[in-house]
Design a protein around this ligand. Sequence first.
Ligand code: AMP
Length: 283
Amino acid sequence: MIIFKQATDLHRYLARQRSMQQQTGFVPTMGALHEGHITLIREARRHTDFVVCSIFVNPTQFNDPNDYKKYPNTLDKDIYLLEQAGTHALFLPSVNEMYPDGLQQLEHYNLGYLETLLEGAFRPGHFQGVCQVMARLLNMVQPDQLFMGQKDYQQCMVVKWLLRHLHMNGTQFIPVPTVRETDGLAMSSRNLRLPLADRQKATAIYLALDHLRSHLSPGPLAPLVEEASGILEKEGFRIDYVAVGDADNLSPVDSWDGKQALVALVAAFLGEVRLIDNMVIAR
Ligand code: AMP
């Protein structure tokens, strides 16, 4: 695996790959890699010839400075895991490499209603940061295929919007299903920050989502959402939201007609660690 720290070196190298008709797959990450990330790498290997992973903890997408400061860093292990998985190139830029003109006065993206609900509402500026870093990374890598996890359901929608906005018709977006621990907890770098006792409680997020899926019936959804919230509160979660939305556009759904495709989404704190998860509960 070749490690690049400079965008110009990466860009030059990838141009040569492209001239040899090699299809490039791209997996952007913030490191502290786990089996979820490695599944994205495997998918990229299955679909493309040359797999690029990036590790960059993007300061502009953290609305909470403490969350940024405490974001786990396991770089040596990450490099080992990426090599084992057959990653061809790792891009490891500094903040200055990504934002040479500083972090002030960055571009603003007109995300519309997508930014007004769920993660957009609870993490002001988060999706602006996601777009700022993804626009730069996409421009540097210009992948044929981009692999991202459905664990971040709303982020997938934002990045699909960004690809259209940037007219990157040559980049295909490939969503990858959420990889879970055996007890159902979605794998996440932030799980590393959970004390052992909280790690056991954290599975309640999966149980709440599964409750929504298995008890879903046509009619008002509020009682079911309340039950799911109760499952989380019993374990001491502080809830940002438990929501049910249209699976295609995330618009809120109060009453189910028995046909509409639905996704249930949760964001909640255990102690100071914020976890998110989602599940398609009707297709
Ligand atoms: P992150 O390092 O958290 O920014 O995640 C990098 C990529 O990995 C994103 O596309 C995430 O959606 C994806 N990802 C994170 N956790 C999982 C998981 N448990 N299963 C599948 N994909 C994941």
